[in-house]
Every structure is written in structure tokens, then in C-alpha cells.
Design a protein around this ligand. Structure first.
Ligand code: DON
Length: 334
């Protein structure tokens, strides 16, 4: 099979349609997050997949054009923004190790003097929000974060869902506790409710699978978006490393084993995954597993990655260039 037929658009469309068909009997499984009251109202039967490729194509199936609450997926965009502001000084306030604990855990903070393990758990994301807030009125920081996401997705229609933001503000006692605890350790410069205010609003950004996959493309292209540099290639590699090791909370090891792609989940049921040199994938299914990751979304990515031969752990040796799109049948027959 030559390179042009490897890239045939119908291959990817067929693959994601097949994955969806295979999982239809399981739609609705998992538990929809209800600790943020508004999220409890989301229809558990929603299911969408999108793939955005570096060649500029976009493939979707199911409910891929319906916006959902991106929740913790926003932490990837926020840490990208914060690194752009303060560079590696960010690592004086946040670690880079997997936590092995639930995303909202407070116990490690006590042992580790208010320094969160990584920027992709809640405590780390609240410090990241504190960094983005520096020198801004809170409303400006919220607008800047939203604008950055719109820029990445090339879509000015993306918005914050005010009902979700309010719901989190009214019930985010644990996040306020994390923030206050870090402030007690001198690791938060703004009042806890100000830092959490930005964090709650970024989590309440609503995006579709199609928009999310497009927004993630810069991480699959060494930090470039449509040829334009967003961040350095080194930084893009490092954000991918963080996503692989920490992006699925205490389920990150199993996710690397089963899927083998860097990414980030959210309790809204979305997952963004990156195939370096190829493109970005996004799935949405609101039912969660015990770690807070989408149950069917994880399964969909596992099937898709296996069938397409997408994994950061595979060998690229041989004739195939890293940015070539492997035909699913090659993977099955190899
Ligand atoms: O802080 C929270 O609890 C939510 N805004 C975000 C949590 C989340 O998405 C964790 N994801 N798996």
C-alpha cells in the first residue's frame, strides 16, 4: 500500500465509525459525575469521537458536535498558558510527578508542604490559575484563558457555561480547602476564592469533540498550530510527558498500558489524546470509571489506538515516517 492510500480519509472515518458501532451496546455504562450538581443532568447515552489530523482533516462520529463541559481537560490549556507567562519558574511551585491519588486528594499536600504533585491534579491546577491571575483582574484572566482556547481551536464560538461555573462555585468546598491549604504554605498569592474562581470557570468551558481535537493539535505538532509556533517543541514534548504520566490521575498507569497515548480526561466524560506527529483525538461519553475517567471513552481510545497502530511506545523504525497514517489492516496483520 503506498503512502497516499495510507492517508485515505475513509480509513479513519471507517475506523471511528467501527469503534462506535462496537461500543454502542455499552453506551450508558459508568457513573455520571454528580458532585457538581449540573453535571448530574447530562444524558449518559451521549457518545462522540473526533480525530483532527496534522494534514488539516477532521473526522467525527456520534455526538461529536455537541458541546460538553471539558472540566479537567482545561488544565492542559491552562498549564500551557502559564508556562508561556513564567516559564520554568512554574516548577518551583508545582511538581512533575504522578500523584497516584484521586484528582482532588488533599493528603499529599500535607506531607509535601503545599506543593502539588503536578499541574494536572486539582491542587496543581489551582496554583496554575494563581499564576495566570498575576497582574490581572479575575475577569481578565478568565477572558484570557477562554481566548487562548478559542485561538487553539480556531473557533470564536467556544464559551463558558455559566450554569456549570456557578454550580462548581457553590459546591467546590474541597477545591477551596486545597487552595486555602496551599495559601497557608505560601504557595498561593491570591485569595482561595479568587484562584478557585478562575479554575472553576476554565473547567466550565464547553466544547465539542471536534473543537477539542482541533485545539489539541499543537501538542501533536511539536508546539505548532497550522505552522505557527504556539510553544517551543521542547515544551510541547514535556506537556505530553506530563499528560502521559499524570493526565488520567491514579488511572494513568493503566491508561498508558491500554492506550499508550498522552492525554487528559475530565469528569464531564471527555478525553483529549495526542498522537505525536499524527493528530489529536477526542472522545466523549459521560459515564465515568472509578478513577473519574470516561469508561467508554477509555475503551474507545483503546480500540482506536490498537486498530490504527497509534502509540508513543511503538517503534517508528523502518520505512514508515512518524507522521504517516497507518492503515488499520496493517496493524492487525503485523
Ligand atoms: O475540580 C473539580 O472537581 C472539577 N472542576 C474538575 C475535575 C475533573 O475533571 C477531574 N477529572 N477527571
Amino acid at each position: 500500500m503506498n503512502q497516499s492510500s495510507l492517508r485515505e480519509t475513509s480509513d479513519i472515518q471507517r475506523m471511528i465509525d467501527d469503534v462506535r458501532d462496537d461500543l454502542v451496546p455499552q453506551i450508558g455504562k459508568g457513573v455520571v459525575a454528580d458532585y457538581i450538581p449540573t453535571l448530574a443532568n447530562v444524558d449518559p447515552s451521549k457518545f462522540g469521537i473526533s480525530v483532527a489530523t496534522l494534514s488539516g482533516e477532521s473526522f467525527s462520529t456520534g455526538d461529536a458536535d455537541e458541546a460538553f463541559s471539558i472540566q479537567s481537560i482545561s488544565k492542559v490549556f491552562a498549564v500551557t498558558l502559564a508556562l508561556g507567562k513564567v516559564g520554568d519558574r512554574l516548577w518551583m511551585r508545582v511538581g512533575r510527578e504522578p500523584s497516584g491519588s484521586p484528582f482532588n486528594s488533599i493528603v499529599q499536600l500535607e506531607y509535601e508542604n503545599g506543593i502539588p504533585r503536578n499541574p494536572l491534579i486539582n491542587a496543581g491546577a489551582i496554583v496554575v490559575a494563581d499564576i495566570i491571575l498575576a497582574g490581572h483582574h479575575p475577569r481578565e484572566a478568565i477572558a484570557e484563558t477562554l481566548q487562548f482556547v478559542r485561538f487553539l481551536a480556531d473557533d470564536e464560538t467556544i464559551a463558558i457555561d455559566p450554569v456549570v461555573a456557578r454550580s462548581e462555585t457553590e459546591t467546590g468546598f474541597r477545591n477551596l480547602a486545597l487552595a486555602n491549604y496551599m495559601r497557608a504554605h505560601g504557595n498561593l498569592t491570591h485569595p482561595a476564592d479568587t484562584a478557585c474562581g478562575l479554575y472553576f470557570h476554565q473547567c466550565a468551558i464547553a466544547m465539542s469533540c471536534r473543537q477539542l481535537a482541533r485545539a489539541g493539535l499543537y501538542l501533536s505538532d511539536d508546539g505548532r498550530k497550522a505552522g505557527m509556533r504556539v510553544i517551543s517543541s521542547e515544551r510541547a514534548r514535556r506537556i505530553n510527558a506530563l499528560m502521559l504520566t499524570c493526565g488520567y490521575y491514579d488511572g494513568s498507569g493503566d491508561f498508558a498500558y491500554r492506550v499508550g497515548l498522552p492525554g487528559k480526561s475530565g469528569v464531564g466524560g471527555g478525553i483529549l489524546a495526542i498522537v505525536p506527529g499524527v493528530g489529536a483525538l477526542s472522545v466523549w461519553s459521560p459515564g465515568l470509571n472509578a478513577h473519574g475517567n470516561s469508561l467508554l471513552g477509555t475503551r474507545a481510545l483503546e480500540l482506536l489506538a490498537a486498530r490504527a497502530g497509534w502509540s508513543v511506545f511503538r517503534s517508528w523504525a523502518g520505512s514508515r515516517a512518524p507522521n504517516s497514517m497507518q492503515h488499520p489492516n496493517q496493524c492487525l496483520s503485523s
